[in-house]
Structure formats: structure tokens, C-alpha cells
Ligand binder design. Structure first.
Ligand code: ATR
Length: 481
């Protein structure tokens, strides 16, 4: 079973002990990073004694650490550390020749982790290179490589799977590599690294709490079903929290992980390799994924956007749960939409799902978009009215103001300071629905609320579309409590 390793990057032994003792999630191994310690603590390594095995690492700047001093001093501190008997592992870099340090480690029963780092990308022949760096049969080889694209992720998984049964540590750094840290057990990595804050020890660390409670790291085994979400950017998504919570409550052997994607065809190869049973699709791939699928539902065809892909007997099937996710909370909060006059801001994939749903409910719709040609295109497709998203349209909006729906990313980071309807004065009778859920209240909603409007954000939509996906991915109803 892959172990959860917590990397300590405090300045003193005392602080390291305090951080370790306050960890909420039990970890299996700790890595003490000597390059973060002050000199006094570096010479008091006997004072660091805890109840789990510890890796002693003194990382140089060239390998992604902080130390750029004298090599003799570095090796001397490592030796002193090994002599304390408090440490189970020592991390020695690939380029370090075999010296009496290795002999000392062997005599003291300290295992050597022989490591190499590549911050440029995934090297060719990663598997051979990794297994070739061992200088003694008892060493654990370690490779930490930056993953810059989905192409590199594919090559990483191919290489890692070819040595799945070998003892080693292998991980991908950066956003594209985040999923490799969660799926460490799937690729037979001896451990996965976590830390208190991402980016300090290495790019892409999660906290042990997130790995364990969100991704259920300790439950992942070689049979665990992998599901996921693709997008770009994707790391901010709350969908893993929703799906993984459902798996936990129903005791399903599955995990749902984020994949940052820059090439959809190559992602489908990754998905086949990891035997992914289903994945969610978010911005900006809801349209572009469609031509790559084996089949799509009528809903996807009509809406022209797909947010859910399932794997049925090796075939990729596209569905859309956004429109149900969109409309159910609105009906719950607002009521019957038949004959109601509704303005929709935006003309992208999310707007299409909203339009499809609103038309189905019998609402009369006006589309507003910055690029008016796109509004026109959609208006023709759905046989509704359209106008530009500017002050010229204020009178039209007034006419279509029972409900005003906001479907663009305006109001969300980094556009949180923009109100797409800044030119419009609410009467207080409009019902406002923004499909953004972070921030909880966009400027659009805030301004409406101040004017007395009833408001609804996108959180319930996120949940509802996620519940439908959960059913499609697992066959079970989401356990709402
Ligand atoms: P999605 O699939 O999430 O709907 P999309 O297809 O990229 O994403 O659509 C983004 C929507 O946000 C579009 O309506 C876009 O308007 P344009 O068609 O004019 O590009 C809208 N949008 C994005 N940034 C905007 C901004 N700064 N002001 C107004 N509208 C914006």
C-alpha cells in the first residue's frame, strides 16, 4: 500500500515537532527537510524523535531545495543525522558518488532513497532511467518529474505502469501531475508526498487531510475505479469533494480526481490507460469533447454541450446533466416558469444548457451577449430574442426581467470585480440566478440583493448536476443526507 509521507519544512526542530504533533491525519512517514532548518537545528538532529519512520533529506538548490552551500558540510550533517539512530531513510541524489556515507547508512539499517528530479519535464525512458539509478540492490529509487502537458502525463503513466511492480517512488509535479500523487498506489509508488502548504516543498503537494478526506488516499488500491473531471483550469473545482463524499458514504471503491487537460484526444488515451469509468467535463471543453465521443444523447445533440462522459463497454458516451442541474434549483426557488420572461446573459456552453432547459419549461427568453453574433446564432437555434450586452438593451431587459440568469465567467476570479449588468438598475422584483458558486455572491447578485431582488447562486446547480453524474458513473443514487 502506498504510504502517506508528510514533508516538514519548518525552520527549527521544535517547530517541526509542533507541526507533526498537530497533524489531524495520521501519516505513515515523515520527511525532514534539513535545507529548511536553521544551522542550530541541523546540528541537533538527535532531538527529532517521532513515532513514524523519518526520511532525512538535505536538498540542494539545483534539485529543487534551498541549500547552496558547501557540499562537505551537507554530507557531514547527513552523517551526523544517520548516527543518531532516529532516521529510517536517507535521501541521496543520483549524482552523489558512493562514499562512507552509504556504508554508514547500511551499518545503521538506514535505507537509501536514491533520487533524481527533473523540473523541465518527463524524460524519455523514465522507467529505465529510474530503475538504473540504484547503486545498491536495497536502495529505493525515486523520480520526481515536472509534468507540463497531457502528452507528458500520458508518457509518465506509460512509463510508471511498465514498472508498476518494482519498489520505487515516482511522482509528477505541477497541476498536470497532481493526479499522479493521488493515484500513487495505482502506479506502485512506495509513498506519496504531502505537506502543510502547496508549493513550499515541491510544486503540487496537497495536505494530508485533503489527500485522505477528499480523495480517500488510504482506500485506493489496484482495483479502485478512477473517475475524474477535465478542465483548464481545473484545480479550483469542488466536484471531487461532492463525488468522493458520495463514494465514501456508500462504501464504493472509487476515487474522483482532477485532470488539467490541454489535449482532449491524448486525455482519452490517459483515460483508457487508467480504465476511467466516467469523467465530468468543464470549461473550456464542453463543446470540443463532442466530436471525440462514440455516441451522445439527444440532449447533448440539441444543447451542443456535454458535461458528462461515461465509459460503457469501452465506448465513450456523452451526456448532459447541466440542464437538469440548472433548472431544478430555479424551479424550486422561483416556481413555475411557464410564460415567464427571462433574460440570459452569455452565449457559451452553459448558456446553451440554460436555454434548452428554460425553453422546455415554457419560458420566453432574451439572450444577451458581449459578442452579439454569438447571441444571434443561439437565438436562431432556439427561436428566441437576442440583444447586445450593453446599455442599449436596458429596455429589452426590463421587459424580460421576471428572472435574469447569468451564465458567463464574469464575476468569478479573476473577473470578480466585474458586474456584467452594471448598466442596469434593478427594481427589486427580478429573481437573479448566477451559475457561479465561488464567490458565493458575485457583484451581480450583491447589487441585486441590495435592490431587494431574490437571488440564487450556482452551488445547488453544482450539486444537482453532480448528483446526476454520480448516478451515471456508479449506478447509485447520490446519498443526500
Ligand atoms: P461556457 O462553456 O462556460 O459557457 P464559453 O463557451 O467560453 O464558456 O462562454 C463564455 C461566455 O462568457 C461567453 O458568452 C462570453 O462572451 P463572448 O461570446 O462575447 O466571448 C462571456 N464572457 C467571457 N468574458 C466576458 C467578459 N469579460 N464580459 C462579458 N462577457 C464575457
Amino acid at each position: 500500500m502506498s504510504r502517506l509521507c508528510f514533508v516538514l519544512t519548518e525552520n527549527s526542530i521544535e517547530e517541526c515537532l509542533e507541526v507533526y504533533n498537530n497533524l489531524e491525519t495520521k501519516v505513515d512517514i515523515v520527511e525532514l527537510r534539513l535545507d529548511f532548518l536553521n544551522e542550530e537545528s541541523q546540528s541537533n538532529l538527535d532531538k527529532f524523535k517521532i513515532d513514524v519512520p523519518v526520511i532525512l533529506t538535505f536538498r540542494k538548490k539545483v534539485d529543487g531545495g534551498l541549500y547552496d552551500g558547501d557540499e562537505e558540510y551537507r554530507l557531514c550533517i547527513l552523517k551526523k543525522g544517520i548516527e543518531t539512530g532516529n532516521y529510517s531513510f536517507v535521501d541521496l541524489e543520483e549524482d552523489l558518488p558512493v562514499t562512507d556515507l552509504d556504508t554508514l547508512a547500511k551499518d545503521k539499517g538506514v535505507r537509501v532513497i536514491r533520487s533524481f528530479h527533473d523540473f523541465n519535464g518527463v524524460p524519455e525512458n523514465l522507467a529505465n532511467r529510474l530503475m538504473g539509478i540504484k547503486k545498491d540492490s536495497d536502495e529505493i529509487p525515486k523520480a520526481a518529474v515536472m509534468i507540463n502537458s497531457i502528452k507528458e502525463l500520458l508518457s509518465f503513466y506509460k512509463e510508471a505502469q511498465s514498472i508498476a511492480n518494482e519498489e520505487k517512488i515516482i511522482l509528477g509535479m505541477g497541476n498536470y501531475g497532481f493526479n499522479t500523487r493521488i493515484l500513487a498506489e495505482k502506479i506502485g509508488s512506495y509513498l506519496t508526498f504531502t505537506s502543510k502548504e502547496s508549493g513550499k516543498a515541491a510544486p503540487g503537494h496537497a495536505t494530508p487531510d485533503v489527500l485522505d478526506s477528499v480523495y480517500r488516499f488510504k482506500n485506493i488500491n489496484s482495483d479502485t475505479n478512477v473517475m475524474g473531471i477535465i478542465g483548464n483550469p481545473v484545480m479550483h473545482t469542488k466536484s471531487p469533494v461532492i463525488h468522493n463524499k458520495g463514494y465514501k458514504q456508500l462504501g464504493l471503491d472509487s476515487t474522483y480526481v482532477p485532470f488539467e487537460v490541454d489535449d482532449l484526444s491524448l486525455f482519452l488515451e490517459v483515460a483508457s490507460m487508467l480504465d476511467i469509468k466516467g469523467f465530468s467535463v468543464t470549461v473550456p471543453f464542453k463543446n470540443d469533447i463532442i466530436p471525440l465521443l462514440d455516441s451522445i444523447t439527444d440532449g447533448v445533440k440539441e444543447i451542443g454541450a456535454c458535461n458528462t462522459v461515461t465509459n460503457i463497454d469501452g465506448k465513450w458516451i456523452g451526456e448532459n446533466t447541466d440542464y437538469v442541474g440548472f433548472i431544478n434549483p430555479l424551479i424550486r426557488e422561483y416556481g413555475d416558469l411557464r410564460g415567464k420572461k427571462v433574460s440570459v446573459i452569455g452565449a457559451g456552453g452553459a448558456a446553451k444548457a440554460a436555454l434548452f432547459a428554460l425553453k422546455n419549461e415554457g419560458a420566453e427568453v432574451l439572450i444577451l451577449n458581449r459578442t452579439v453574433e454569438k447571441a444571434k446564432e443561439l437565438a436562431e437555434q432556439f427561436n428566441v430574442k437576442y440583444c447586445p450586452l450593453n446599455s442599449e438593451s436596458a429596455e429589452d431587459i426590463k421587459e424580460y426581467s421576471d428572472v435574469i440568469v447569468q451564465t458567463t465567467n464574469v464575476g468569478m476570479h479573476p473577473l470578480e470585480h466585474i458586474d456584467p449588468l452594471s448598466f442596469y438598475n434593478f427594481t427589486g422584483n427580478e429573481f437573479l440566478y448566477d451559475i457561479i458558486y465561488a464567490p458565493e455572491e458575485t457583484l451581480f447578485l450583491k447589487k441585486g440583493k441590495e435592490a431587494g431582488c431574490k437571488i440564487l447562486n450556482g452551488w445547488d446547480m453544482l450539486l444537482e448536476q453532480g448528483y446526476r453524474q454520480f448516478k451515471l458513473f456508479t449506478g447509485y443514487d447520490y446519498p443526500i443526507k
